[in-house]
Ligand binder design. Sequence first.
Ligand code: NAD
Length: 355
Amino acid sequence: MNAHIVTLPGDYIGPEIIAQAVKVLDRVAAVYGHSFTFDERKLGGASIDAFGVPLTDETLAACNAADAVLMGSVGGPKWDGVEAARRPEKGLLALRKGMGVFANLRPCTIHPQLSSACPLRPDIIEQPIDIMILRELTGDIYFGKRSRSEDRKAATDEMAYSEMEVERLARIGFEMAKKRRGRLCSVDKANVLECSRLWRETVQRLAAEYPEVEVSYMYVDNAAMQLILRPSQFDVMITGNLFGDILSDESAAIAGSLGMMPSASLGSGTRGLYEPIHGSAPDIAGRDIANPLGTILSGALLLRHSLGLEAEAKAIESAVSDVLDAGFRTADIFAEGMTKVSCTKMGDLVAERIK
Ligand code: NAD
């Protein structure tokens, strides 16, 4: 297969981790006989420095013309003084909106080799944990109207959802549940919020079309609690932007390491935006010690969801697992008795295990 991938390394550790993911994808192409071309562009602070804005029209157009986009991370203290409208994070929000990626997928699994990094009691994680959190990404309170009173002592942020926005997200959730363990949990606050009542009614209506999927409904406060008390009960979870923001970070804490976690943002076609969930880690940038596995695993999601290359995606996931089994660790996940390796070395180790 020929595929054209735009890479957006971004800022601080971004270029270091993207280089490892590209190395691994190059290796996949060589082993499986594909041809991947990479077009590197600037985003965030790097784009502000080069062009004065965090995302240029040309970069957005290149992303929309690619088969998939792989991003590192943006932002950091260098641009803290930049005015709100031009901040690096604005570039990322504009990119998500401009690419029409409205569904954010965050897998939450505990690598057995890293289970000691999980803050939950061992008996709670005895049952395997394999959750796919699907967060709506382009609606909700983050995109509603905001206001501040003249005396600056009161403020409002409007939460808004349309049936269409809920439906397109929920359909991805149902389809995913069908391919996984057949369970979908819809998370809302329908006892209080009108948006949540619309959310729940929409999911209930769609449920009739997916009789093979077992659907449950949970209030967000209970979901936050259940994720800690009995995480193994969940398969696919779908929720709005605000609740999903919080629950997906909670799930990342369960998994134990920020550096390990991939994510995918999808729209209605196959094109997607793939990135690790962590930020640009300015405190460790330039020292070749960042953990590239979240970015490398985001590359696996790219192969699976945008290119339909399931065996190749699994090859990356198995290679990561093998490297962990062999005891190699970057500094953030290092434990006594393991072998500490650099960011570059970790990329090499994964790449050479792609068979
Ligand atoms: P962060 O995720 O960058 O770092 C938090 C801690 O985790 C730091 O100690 C860091 O060293 C460590 N860490 C993060 N990724 C790591 C990795 N791959 N390997 C090893 N250690 C890692 O969060 P922060 O410090 O709050 O934010 C730094 C900057 O990143 C801010 O400007 C923030 O706005 C931005 N940010 C960007 C994104 C994104 O691009 N999607 C997401 C979150 C934060």
